[in-house]
Design a protein around this ligand. Structure first.
Ligand SMILES: [Zn+2]
Length: 417
């Protein structure tokens, strides 16, 4: 389900060169001829069209986007995880969703382009989406993810997947649908995102999102993508209208680069100014919407080598990286293979051995305490207290037993000196 009700995608207008003054015309048709690259005879008959599931007509005229489609955004519907896997349930689902979006949210039509049921049925959502998919160009402007509605195909999946994963039939159909969309729009498996990559929401659910790498691998395989053609990263092209946890990452990186921005997750004016300043300083085209283009991400994110670990905690004093392993970026160190910080327990490298680090910490703490007390006794002895010789002998004994096995227990028995 979506809490955002803003259906108008202002970026779509701006990118189309229409500008703010023509916002009023949103809702009218932007006519585009059928795409030249439309795949003739493409078999998409397995998608149940709006006519086939008897959808209501849209309340308002729908628009075709003027900008290219560059991603797929996957959602869960936050509907019950039903065990009715029939076609009838899939059709009922499409009707329920359309009613909710039109009557509850006040939208013109179903928000997403396509719907997948738990039984694996795929249905057209917003009217016209199937026709645009067959054409392979210029999607319908939708209402599934504000800011991305003109350039992202939205797929809603029946169910709630915060803790549960979708049934196999749903996943298989989702793969099939993603493959068809990628083929028709010239996209790749790495162009598949989750809703929360662009908005602050629980959608598509943590359990589902965890399966996205497997989903992408299946789409890659079906598309016949060579591994060598897969980019190392596909950065989310965030811009000033989005509001998601990914924005916090941007703000952390800007802070790391010295900008005074608040890490809030909201793409505020300070973040816009910082991104644009960074772009200007690094010879990257400055985007009017402060879009995090690939060069912007690549320059903002510090380079790490293959053995890079997390940023060293300020509490970490005992571990100093060997000469030559300190990276050029201030405050960032690299941990050589096999090395573990023994003190801070905050470094990523330490987490795997946190319990053994705690045990080591307890032991070394007892040793330090023993040494401190014996040193105090020794100093007192040197200063010439009445029992100088006895105190000196006791200090030496404690110092020697402190480093032997079982010293912890003996210290407890002796008590503080
Ligand atoms: Zn969603």
């Amino acid at each position: 389900m979506h809490v955002d009700h803003s259906e108008v995608d202002r970026r779509t207008l701006l990118r189309a060169g229409l500008g703010a003054a023509t916002v009023a015309v949103v809702g009218s048709e932007l006519a585009f001829p059928a795409a030249a690259q439309a795949a003739p005879g493409t078999d998409l008959d397995w998608i149940i069209s709006c006519d086939e599931w008897d959808a209501r007509p849209p309340k308002d005229p729908l628009s075709v986007s003027a900008i290219p489609t560059n991603k797929i955004i996957v959602h869960h519907m936050a509907f019950p995880n039903v065990t009715d896997y029939s076609r009838e349930q899939a059709v009922k689902l499409a009707h329920d969703c359309q009613d909710l979006h039109m009557d509850g949210n006040g939208w013109s039509d179903t928000g997403q382009h396509f719907t997948v049921s738990r039984g694996g049925y795929v249905l057209e959502g917003r009217r016209g989406s199937l026709e645009r998919l067959e054409a392979g160009d210029r999607q319908m402007i939708s209402a599934h993810c504000p800011g991305e509605n003109g350039r992202a195909i939205g797929i809603e999946n029946e169910g709630t997947y915060v803790t549960e994963t979708p049934p196999q039939a749903l996943t298989d159909s989702l793969v099939k649908l993603c493959v068809a969309i990628c083929r028709q729009y010239g996209l790749h498996a790495h162009d598949i995102f989750g809703h929360w990559d662009f908005r602050t929401t629980e959608c598509p659910g943590a359990a589902f999102y965890r399966e996205f790498p497997a989903l992408r691998r299946r789409v890659y395989a079906a598309l016949g993508t060579k591994l060598g053609d897969v980019p190392a990263r596909r950065w989310p092209d965030l811009w000033r209208f989005v509001n998601s946890p990914s924005v916090r990452v941007v703000q952390h990186l800007l802070t790391f680069r010295g900008y005074a921005v608040t890490v809030s997750g909201t793409f505020d004016a300070a973040t816009v100014a910082a991104v644009q300043d960074w772009q200007a300083r690094n010879g990257i085209p400055v985007d009017v919407d402060a879009t995090l283009t690939t060069p912007t991400w690549e320059t903002l994110a510090p380079e790490l080598d293959q053995h890079a670990a997390a940023r060293r905690s300020p509490r970490c004093r005992r571990f100093s990286p060997p000469r030559g392993t300190r990276s050029p970026s201030p405050g960032r160190t690299t941990t050589p293979p096999g090395r573990r910080c023994r003190t801070c327990r905050r470094c990523t490298a330490c987490r795997a051995t946190a319990s053994s680090a705690r045990a080591r910490g307890a032991r070394s703490s007892a040793e330090r305490s023993a040494r401190r007390s014996s040193t105090a006794e020794f100093a007192a002895a040197v200063r010439g207290t009445p029992h100088r010789r006895r105190a000196l002998a006791a200090a030496r004994r404690r110092a020697s037993t402190a480093s032997s096995p079982g010293a912890d227990q003996r210290r407890v028995a002796v008590g503080p000196v």
